[in-house]
Design a protein around this ligand. Structure first.
Ligand code: TYD
Ligand code: MG
Length: 467
């Protein structure tokens, strides 16, 4: 027998290398290669054999929308696109301890009321799982519980004509195939285990929920390949020190991506938060400088959050930039534009930016709110408390229009805000102006960043020699 060859597989991106390297040249990750037994010989091409002809069809057909398994936990169902699709695979990623097992236990308990549901854990013992179920007051739910890590056993067990509707695998990193040599959790094991389970899900028509742990960098541990294999990728995020948890769809073949569900971790498990804006604004201090309320859109819903900025003289040669909940590069851009187009030089100052409540914002529409918070902090003057701000900032300082202006304003009006600073509304978009007026808010449209100070601050800003 030929000596088993080993290869070096990057645990970040799954690229295979013939020799060890300190840095993966496919994705640039450092120290991410581990030795794994080569799984199969390299593909040898087609070898001159002819294949069968494939048939082409038209786009139109009579396929119905897939039936869905609805859990009744509205925040969960919305993120999955209206319930779980039979035969589909969903990956739920999140840091250890964030609440994935809790969420899935609550969801399966609900799903079990109307469908046959199986929960397989490779991480916890039955006793532990039962304790959690009792704590969540779910121990009466007809969930079939098991602990297993061998994929061969799992596949043999689930490959039955008895109909199973939903299967949870907690977590995919603990699963292994006994014909592969590498350890559980390595790329080849995770990929091969997931492949087997997904294939079975498609064949038997059950919805498969895979739990995946996430690395420090925020990618689902190791293989990004997993994200391509499944139909839906959900991230469960939040700060462990905060009680808010956000379930975010980052990919969904059966629904909109970017949808979020908001939960609060309590003594009795995860509680749905159907009005997140109220939650995110709950701890707001009155009129303090450096705070601006951003009217954002998360998925299909408007969400209001407070953006807090603090600028302070720096003791360091390279001033500090600390950002929580937003993109550091985007902050650098907004600061550069403020400097170049609005005469607000923050270069020598420390700048801290925080999105209150632990939400992560990726919308460019937050630019204007960030700029407003920076302006307010730098001047020491508070923005009037009942004002919301949104708009994208371009490099020349222009304020660009954003989507769904009326939904944002409606949410602001609902929560008692009276004033909104927004981009100019294009009149060509028929009806939008009247929809905006109908909200009853005092609307301040601005076209350029230089007009922001006047719009947000009570008095025109005086140039200060800070720092
Ligand atoms: P868990 O679901 O085990 O996290 P994961 O599967 O993502 O690793 O939940 C972990 C945390 O949730 C744990 O630190 C305790 C907390 N928790 C509560 O606060 N309330 C509860 O009712 C439960 C079950 C857990
Ligand atoms: Mg867990």
């Amino acid at each position: 027998m030929a000596k088993a060859k080993s290869s070096y597989v990057c645990q970040e991106c799954g690229a295979t290398h013939s020799k060890w390297m300190g840095r993966c040249d496919a994705c640039g990750a450092w120290n991410s290669l581990t030795e794994e037994a080569a799984s199969e010989s390299a593909p040898k091409g087609l070898g001159g054999k002819r294949g069968k002809k494939i048939n082409f069809v038209g786009l139109e057909g009579s396929e119905k929308d897939p039936p869905r398994r609805v859990s009744g936990i509205e925040e969960f169902d919305r993120v999955t696109g209206g319930g779980l699709v039979p035969g589909s695979a969903v990956l739920i990623g999140g840091e250890p301890g964030i609440g994935k097992s809790t969420l899935l236990m609550q969801a399966t308990a609900k799903l079990a009321e109307s469908s046959k549901t199986v929960y397989i854990s490779g991480e916890e013992a039955i006793a532990q799982l039962r304790l959690r179920a009792r704590r969540l007051d779910l121990d009466k739910a007809p969930v079939a519980l098991a602990t297993a890590t061998n994929v061969r056993d799992i596949v043999s067990t689930l490959d039955t004509p008895d109909h199973i509707d939903v299967v949870v695998i907690d977590s995919i990193q603990t699963m292994y195939l006994d014909n592969l040599e590498s350890a559980p959790g390595t790329v080849s094991q995770v990929r091969a285990s997931a492949q087997e389970l997904i294939r079975l899900a498609k064949r038997r028509g059950f919805a498969l929920l895979l739990v995946g742990h996430v690395t420090k960098e925020g990618t689902i541990a190791g293989p990004r390949v997993l994200e391509h294999m499944v139909d839906t990728v959900l991230h469960f995020e939040g700060e462990r020190s905060h009680q808010f948890r956000i379930l975010r769809a980052v990919k969904n073949r059966f629904g909109p991506a970017d949808e979020i569900g908001v939960f609060e971790m309590s003594d009795a498990g995860l509680v749905e938060v159907s009005n997140p804006s109220e939650l995110f604004l709950a701890d707001r201090e009155g009129d303090v400088s450096g705070a601006a309320v951003f009217a954002g859109i998360e998925g299909s819903r408007p969400v209001l959050v407070e953006i807090q900025a603090l600028v302070a003289p720096s003791a360091l040669a390279t001033p500090r930039r600390a950002v929580i909940g937003w993109d550091t590069n985007r902050l650098a851009m907004v600061m550069a534009v403020l400097d170049a187009r609005a005469d607000l030089a923050l270069g020598p100052l420390d700048v801290y930016l925080n999105v209150a409540g632990g939400l992560k914002i990726s919308e460019p529409a937050a630019d204007l709110a960030v700029a407003a918070a920076l302006l307010s902090s730098q001047s020491g003057e508070a923005i009037h408390g009942a004002t919301v701000v949104f708009g994208e900032i371009g490099l020349s300082g222009e304020i660009r229009p954003v989507s769904r202006i009326d939904a944002r304003l409606k949410e602001a009006a609902k929560l008692g805000f009276t004033r909104a600073i927004i981009p100019r509304i294009r009149t060509s978009k028929s009806g939008s102006k009247s929809a905006v007026n109908a909200t009853g808010l005092d609307i301040v449209e601005i076209a350029h960043i230089r007009d922001l100070a006047q719009a947000v601050l009570p008095k025109p800003r005086q140039k200060q020699a800070l720092g």
